[in-house]
Design a protein around this ligand. Structure first.
Ligand SMILES: Nc1ncnc2c1ncn2[C@@H]1O[C@H](COP(=O)(O)OP(=O)(O)O)[C@@H](O)[C@H]1O
Ligand SMILES: [Mg+2]
Length: 274
């Protein structure tokens, strides 16, 4: 690694219960000439459940991906647990640093995608155990026990020896959730995790998310088109429009009394489409 791109040493940070789990501070991002994130400022509290809604192309996935450092930012700053994760003034290679401190910050965050991409030649248990073993260096037995614990948590304990091809889409997605949980992150990101599923399989995955929300103190950020779910699950909902957080409010308030015309139009269109 190039020694010049080490992430700067950060001052000692006192983390309290009030320290946000993550913070976006005037974050901007563009792809070529297109601004996909514009001046995003948002604080997510510890254990908060935040839903992100908005039309296709509004920047929801990009926002989550910047938190995973899968995307760099051009402006502003992202903090996790009070520590700077990436900064618009850092060169891209520095934002993608694989230094130890950067890896440790990143490990606080897990992400589940629409496409679950399990390793097809590994059983459910092996899929969940592989990162704890390879990335965290857990001994084989401990990694296997950890896999079993998280598979049980998503209701897949009895299927641990199955290959993905023998599982339904909903079951595969539950294994993918267990795989992320097994890294024991503090923040979990879910990007349209039910969008690739047949309608009858959506409920079991949403059920797992709801249970996780109720039984863990995970901070959860969730992109979804399931408005009833967002309403009942989330503490707050952020409506993104053209790369901006156009409106953010408590779940009930945004659905019952959106203050912005665009939020209202979007909700009307989504609800009518059902
Ligand atoms: N890797 C990329 N290169 C260029 N443009 C991209 C890339 N990823 C996303 N975009 C663009 O950024 C905008 C926001 O995309 P995205 O974050 O995926 O929106 P959403 O998840 O809300 O549908 C879109 O206009 C999309 O075309
Ligand atoms: Mg998306």
């Amino acid at each position: 690694m190039n020694p010049h791109v080490l992430v700067p040493t950060q001052p000692e940070i006192t983390v309290t219960a009030e320290t946000p789990a993550c913070e976006f501070i005037h974050v901007g991002k563009q792809f070529d000439a297109v601004k996909v994130l514009r001046d995003i400022s948002l604080e997510v509290k510890r254990a908060e459940k935040l839903a992100l809604i908005g039309p296709s192309g509004s920047g929801k996935s990009t926002l989550l991906r910047t938190l995973m450092t899968l995307e760099t930012i051009d402006a502003g700053e992202i903090k996790v647990n009070g520590e700077t994760l990436s900064h618009g003034s850092w060169p891209p290679e520095q934002q993608r640093s694989d230094g130890q401190a950067a890896r440790a910050r990143r490990r606080r965050i897990g992400m589940v995608f629409q496409q679950f991409n399990l390793f097809p030649h590994m059983t459910a248990a092996e899929n969940v155990a592989v990162s704890p073993r390879k990335v965290l260096g857990l001994p084989r037995k401990e990694a296997a026990e950890r896999a079993q614990k998280y598979l049980a948590m998503v209701g897949m304990g009895a299927k641990s020896n199955e290959l993905p091809s023998r599982l339904s889409g909903g079951q595969q997605q539950r294994v993918a959730i267990a795989r992320s949980l097994a890294m024991e992150p503090e923040i979990m990101l879910f990007d349209e995790v039910t969008s690739a599923l047949d309608p009858e399989l959506v409920g079991e995955v949403l059920g797992v998310l709801r249970q996780l929300g109720e039984e863990s103190n995970l901070t959860m950020l969730l992109v979804t088109h399931q408005m009833e779910f967002a309403r009942s699950f989330a503490d707050r909902v952020a409506f993104l429009w053209q790369g901006e957080i156009h409106e953010v409010a408590e779940a009930k308030s945004i659905f019952d009394n959106p203050t912005q015309d665009r939020t209202r139009q979007f909700l009307r269109a989504v609800l009518e489409a059902r």
